[in-house]
Write a protein that binds this ligand. Structure first.
Ligand SMILES: Cc1cc2nc3c(=O)[nH]c(=O)nc-3n(C[C@H](O)[C@H](O)[C@H](O)COP(=O)(O)O)c2cc1C
Length: 360
């Protein structure tokens, strides 16, 4: 792929700041509820857990979980999910104030993501955020990595639902046994840190698990959502499609690249975060190849060095992604294969309405 092709339609740059930034509430769609008798019991369970009317989560994103985006998705009938480090480190909000801003923008429920890391300092921060989220009335946690047991113990008595990211059947079985309410099933077509199997294979492998399963990866329009439900998923976690919206606070060139790219332009690289990230292949991504060199590969494999190497790489990647969110010159854009179906930058209300129509 030539970066020039991706960049052909680039705009002037800068972060669009649309009329959502005030404190006025977002409009909610007049026609509420799907009320479709054809929805599965698992989908109904997910809708009840999430308190939304369209079985769509706007997945946590770094970059891309600014409060205006989260609120707009929830207001439209999906479930917006906050990524706390995105909210604080990237978009500069105090965590509690960021949640309060979302509540001023919509009275609809939204969720918060907690990445479970062993790092002591981060763990303390996460515990603090969990308490704040509960105090602010958040009723849906989306957890990633690690064992969710401790969060389950915190959330259950407070009536908070927990859906955990899984990428293999083995992890899915273990996590299901820990008492979570649903599983976010990461597949090999998603944007960001990717899964490693197709949506079809994963659905088949998880058939025995009696929890709502959410497809994460390559759901970008109503037809995709319909296919996901036909495979047995209860709903979908959507990232890439929501980056190319008016409400997402990333550069215009990032949004344009998502609109311009096709699935062939999406590649995996482990050079950014040490594990596979799904990104748009630009010159900046391709320079020097897509894989780490032999020394770093060894450090990532070695039992004594792998955790530290991953942590350092992840930290560096987060700085790169932060720059990519605001600086048009940084063309490191995480995105998934759903770019094939993304043809314009739209409002979240229109995107969610497209998903809703896909179910009719
Ligand atoms: C730019 C970007 C950043 C992401 N960051 C995170 C993250 O910080 N934590 C997380 O659990 N998932 C993250 N994801 C995954 C999304 O929450 C979602 O599951 C995924 O994007 C769905 O696949 P799609 O991009 O094909 O729609 C990210 C995805 C993208 C595209």
């Amino acid at each position: 792929m030539r970066a020039a092709r991706i960049l052909a339609g680039r705009g002037v740059g800068g972060v669009p700041r649309h009329a959502l930034q005030g404190t006025s509430r977002l409009a909610t769609p007049s026609r509420r509820g799907l009320a479709s008798p054809s929805l599965s019991a698992a989908t109904q369970r997910f809708l009840d857990d999430a308190g939304c009317t369209v079985p769509i989560i706007k997945g946590p994103m770094y970059p891309g979980s600014n409060p205006e985006l989260v609120a707009a998705v929830s207001a439209a009938g999906g479930l917006g999910v906050v990524q706390p480090i995105s909210l604080t480190h990237l978009y500069g909000h105090d965590f509690r104030e960021g949640l309060r801003l979302i509540k001023r923008l919509t009275d609809k429920p939204f969720g918060v993501n907690f990445t479970i890391l062993e790092n002591k300092k981060y763990k303390k921060q996460m515990d603090e955020w969990m308490h704040v989220a509960a105090e602010e009335g958040v009723k849906f946690f989306l957890t990633s990595l690690g064992k969710p047991d401790r969060i389950v113990a915190f959330a259950k008595p407070r009536g908070i639902k927990i859906y955990h990211d899984v990428h293999t059947p083995r992890v899915a079985e273990k996590v299901a046994a820990s008492g979570v309410d649903g599983l976010i099933c990461l597949n090999d077509a998603m944007g960001g840190q990717t899964g490693n199997r197709s949506a079809e294979t994963f659905a088949e492998e998880l058939r025995g698990i009696d929890l709502p399963l959410i497809q994460a990866g390559a759901v970008a329009d109503g037809a995709d959502l319909r296919r996901a439900l036909a495979l047995g998923y209860a709903g979908a976690s959507v990232g890439t499609r929501f980056l190319a919206t008016h409400e997402a606070q990333v550069t215009q060139s990032y949004k344009d690249a998502i609109v311009t790219a096709s699935g062939d332009h999406i590649v995996w690289t482990n050079k950014l975060a040490g594990t596979n990230s799904s990104v748009i292949k630009t010159d900046q991504v391709a320079t020097g190849g897509l894989r780490v060199n032999a020394v770093v590969a060894w450090l990532l494999r070695n039992r004594y060095t792998k955790t530290l190497t991953r942590t350092l790489m992840l930290k560096q990647a987060m700085e790169t992604y932060k720059r990519a969110a605001f600086d048009d010159q940084v063309e490191i854009w995480q995105a998934g294969k759903g770019v094939d179906r993304i043809e314009s930058i739209e409002s979240c209300a229109d995107v969610v309405e497209g998903f809703r129509k896909g179910l009719m």
